[in-house]
Design a protein around this ligand. Structure first.
Ligand code: PBG
Length: 328
């Protein structure tokens, strides 16, 4: 882009002089239709368990999940991203792909009672593993290829329950292809996939691990999630996922990684999602509770920055508040 203008004939302030003029030249808008709200479901009845570091976020039993989903959908939230917290964990993530697992039950209930709500399921094993890792563990290592089968089985069980889209977040190599093949083979070739393509080993996931009860019991996730300093590698990850059949690629976390949202969008031109993760939410909530920042203004400005960087889809714990603010 070349620009040869000069003061005084050029005065950028001319187009900022009234609200109508500012709206006329606005380049980016937030669209409620592109916001996704993460929700957590656990077995039981009438459970609404608050998460310490995530004000406004709860572990919900299926009945309460339905109430919450109805409430936010009525407000204008078009889609949810569902995480399950099972009663029992083991070393094979049996609860992740059980026909009557907590996510499978919840999806059937939501799709029956609220068919117009888009239900996206997070496909991962850490919540279902006694050791809290996202794959099969042997000899202190997280094994890649044996994990693929379980991930594929899990994604398939979500599709069979009626999920509108599956979202693998485990960061094993080849999982997008394995899931795509399992879906296609079983009649779900039309079920889209949003892959967590560039998911970083991030301290910003801290509060989530309390919500999902998924903290690793030994070591960390650095052998599968990405190093915070790497950006070319994020492009390789996105390229691989797209080749394996991902329909939407995600960058996660959001604010600290917007350069990658931009690069992925510029490089591939594919639909891009970004996940404003638990600590991003917690930081805004904590500062707002002290009266140090304006929660509404800071939240909407952050979400707008994610759109400007190139993401269409924004996964955010503030989705219900944002749609309400955008309407008002
Ligand atoms: C599970 C998963 C995590 C998040 C989404 N899916 C946590 C992790 O990788 O430890 C984080 C979301 C958040 O912090 O809001 N694999």
């Amino acid at each position: 882009m070349k620009f040869f203008g000069q003061f005084p004939n050029c005065r950028p302030r001319r187009l900022r002089s009234s609200p109508a003029l500012r709206r006329l030249v606005s380049e980016t808008q937030l669209n409620p239709a592109q916001l996704v709200l993460p929700l957590f479901v656990r077995p039981g009845k009438k459970i609404r368990r608050a998460i310490g570091a995530m004000p406004g976020v709860f572990q919900l039993s299926p009945d309460e999940l339905l109430r919450e989903a109805e409430r936010v959908h009525t407000l204008g939230v078009p889609a949810i991203l569902l995480f399950g917290i099972p009663d029992k964990k083991d070393e094979k993530a049996g609860g992740a792909f059980a026909k009557n697992g907590i996510v499978q039950q919840a999806v059937r209930l939501l799709k029956k009672e609220l068919p117009s709500l888009l239900v996206i399921t997070d496909v991962c094993l850490c919540e279902y593993m006694s050791h809290g890792h996202c794959g099969i563990v042997s000899g202190g290592k997280i094994l890649n290829d044996p994990t693929l089968k379980i991930l594929a089985q899990t994604a398939l069980s979500h599709a069979e329950a009626g999920a509108d889209m599956v979202a693998p977040s485990d960061m094993m190599d080849g999982r997008v292809g394995a899931i795509r093949a399992a879906l296609d083979k079983n009649g779900f070739s039309e079920t889209p996939m949003m892959s967590y393509a560039a998911k970083f080993a991030s301290a910003f996931y801290g509060p989530f691990r309390e919500a999902a009860e998924s903290a690793p019991q030994f070591g960390d996730r650095r052998s599968y999630q990405m190093d915070a300093g790497n950006s070319n590698e994020a492009l390789r990850e996105a390229a691989l996922d797209l080749q394996e059949g991902a329909d939407i690629v995600m960058v996660k976390p959001a604010l600290a990684y917007l350069d990658l949202v931009w690069r992925v969008k510029q490089t591939f031109g594919c639909p891009v999602a970004v996940y404003a993760v638990s600590a991003e939410h917690a930081m805004i909530k904590a500062a707002a509770a002290r009266g140090w920042i304006d929660e509404r203004a800071v939240t909407l400005e952050s979400l707008l920055a994610m759109r400007r960087a190139g993401a269409e889809i924004i996964i955010t714990y503030a989705a219900a508040d944002a749609v309400t603010w955008l309407k008002g």
